[in-house]
Design a protein around this ligand. Structure first.
Ligand code: SF4
Length: 529
């Protein structure tokens, strides 16, 4: 799709994403069936409902995104020029992450927009909280009443009693900017029941706490969850995993379930949940024993000298000695040890391991949630998985795994307010000194123990009553008007948590909003609106 020589050159140099993918010309050709951007202002289609008559309808095609998961796939909203209404959504072939493809939830966004039970107006509670009584109020009333409560809280000097608890963000840090401007430590997230484990594992390696895999160019794709149908970045990953496989990449899937992804794999290793680090360390040992590590990469990028100084101050400070000592360190992680821990045959450990250790700089690995958050110490899954990339030098390479921030655009906000001069112990209790992200799963329990209260509590597309393991604890907290002075639910549709709010404020769906989106869904940086 490169229109000019410069774009073609930029694609080849990987400065911009290659939408055509030069070695799969047939997929590029298929995408040309989408309406050309030149016609988006006045696209003509026959009205299917009028068939067999040939009645033309004229549309404006407006680029937008789906956000039914964090992939933020590009879509085109078909706006009927006569009625001004969105009549359908299709994939946007110009979106570099999704390249015109969506999963079934993308086009189904039309059902959310037209949902007959959608919240269309601000609502205020009548009667007891949770009793189910509501009245419609104006935006002016809602804003006046809620802002008065925020103001009253701020005037007490408290730094931790106005809280904004995010389920699905999508505003690139803007809400946090406002909280900081108010001087409160008020941001809470869902991350500790989601990605915090994997984030910690990656963050300890290189601060960037998410991976960005280049599946399409990999020699070996190593997944520790089910990316083809349910995993994180599902559609953008799935299409690139398949491209990689069509180019000969081997797919290794670590998953206790025979998921759709596992069913497509060359090697499916149904490891005992939580045992994955044993497998990765056994493969790390195989790499070291065979001398298959990328010496240049490790010498340059691993703080091996610091490790020698700290752990073996009397040893020679040479890279060779470092490798020998590392082998001693990992001596117990034999394939037999991994097989026993993971409860899989040792032959499987060795056979899949041969593929991994010989992938060189084109070893593409990924883990998100699942193993890394569902098990105690799950952060070691991400940490040991990324060790394989570090040893093989497949960090930031073509066909390897890059830090996410290489592929995600993060806007610099102007006039950033200073961080609040306060600490919210309901979010980061001092006894959890190593918590990575807020300890939101225990929020109702901390409140129950009298550790704090909130004057104003916003929940934004966040439904813990339904999604957290102990929903009834959340109901107990939300019903307690002493603990939560005012609860405001920001949501496009009714949900179990909004039921226990004082105000419910309607929100636009992703396709109707104007936030920017940018996610590390592939080896390339993109921004969408
Ligand atoms: S993969 Fe996610 S963002 Fe993409 S269409 Fe499906 S639900 Fe929407």
């Amino acid at each position: 799709m490169a229109d000019s020589l410069i774009e073609e050159l930029a694609q080849k140099l990987r400065i911009i994403p290659n939408l055509d993918r030069e070695h799969s010309p047939e997929s590029g050709a298929a995408l040309r069936k989408f309406p050309s951007p030149d016609d988006w202002h006045d696209h003509v289609e026959l009205d299917a409902n009028e068939w067999p008559k040939r009645v033309e309808r004229r549309y404006s095609l407006v680029p937008t995104t789906c956000f039914n998961c964090e992939s933020a796939c590009g879509m085109l909203a078909y706006v009927d020029k006569e009625s001004g209404q969105v009549t359908k959504f299709e994939g946007n072939p110009q979106h570099p992450g999704s390249r015109g493809r969506t999963c079934a939830k993308g086009p189904a966004t039309i059902n959310q927009i037209q949902d007959t039970e959608r919240i269309m107006h601000p609502m205020r509670r009548i009667g007891r909280r949770g009793a189910g009584g509501w009245e419609r109020i104006s935006w002016d009333e809602a804003l006046d009443e809620i802002s008065a409560k925020i103001r009253a809280s701020l005037k007490t000097g408290a730094k931790d009693r106005v809280v904004y608890h995010v389920g699905r963000p999508g505003h690139e840090g803007y809400a946090n900017r406002i909280l900081k401007a108010w001087g409160v430590d008020g941001h809470n997230s869902h991350t500790n029941i989601c990605s915090a484990g994997a984030r910690l594992g990656y963050g300890l390696w290189h601060k960037h706490d998410r991976p960005s895999p280049d599946h399409a160019n990999a020699k070996v794709i190593l997944l520790t969850s089910s990316h083809l149908e349910t995993g994180h970045y599902f559609n953008p990953h799935a299409q690139r995993i398949l491209e990689g496989m069509m180019d000969g990449a081997k797919l290794i899937v670590i998953d206790p379930r025979l998921s759709n992804t596992a069913a497509m794999a060359d090697h499916w290793l149904p490891t005992w949940p939580g045992s994955e680090p044993a497998l990765f360390l056994a493969w790390a040992k195989m790499i070291l024993e065979r001398g298959l590590y990328d010496r240049k990469f490790m010498q340059n990028w691993v703080n091996w000298e610091m490790w020698l100084d700290a752990a073996h101050p009397d040893e020679p400070r040479t890279f060779e000695r470092f490798i020998e000592l590392l082998l001693e360190e990992y001596a117990e992680y034999t394939p037999e040890f991994a097989a026993e821990e993971c409860r899989i045959p040792v032959e499987q450990v060795i056979e899949a391991g041969e593929a991994v250790i010989n992938a060189g700089s084109r070893l593409c690995t990924h883990v998100w949630r699942a193993a890394a958050i569902g098990n105690l110490g799950g952060w070691q899954v991400a940490r040991t998985l990324h060790l394989l990339n570090v040893l093989t030098g497949s960090v930031g390479t073509e066909g390897g795994t890059a830090p996410n921030s290489w592929s995600k655009f993060k806007p610099e906000l102007f006039d950033n307010p200073p961080d609040p001069d306060g600490w919210n112990e309901l979010h980061y209790p001092p006894e959890y000194t190593l918590s990575h992200y807020e300890m939101s799963p225990i929020l109702p329990h901390l409140v129950k123990d009298g550790r704090g209260t909130m004057d104003v509590y916003f929940t934004r597309v966040f439904n813990p009553v339904w999604t957290y393991p102990d929903g009834f604890s959340w109901i107990e907290m939300l019903e307690n008007e002493e603990a939560i002075g005012c609860h405001i639910a920001l949501t496009p549709t009714w949900n179990e948590t909004a039921f226990f709010a004082d105000y419910v404020l309607p929100m636009g769906h992703a396709s109707e909003r104007h936030d920017i989106n940018s996610y590390a869904t592939s080896a390339g940086k993109w921004v969408a609106f």
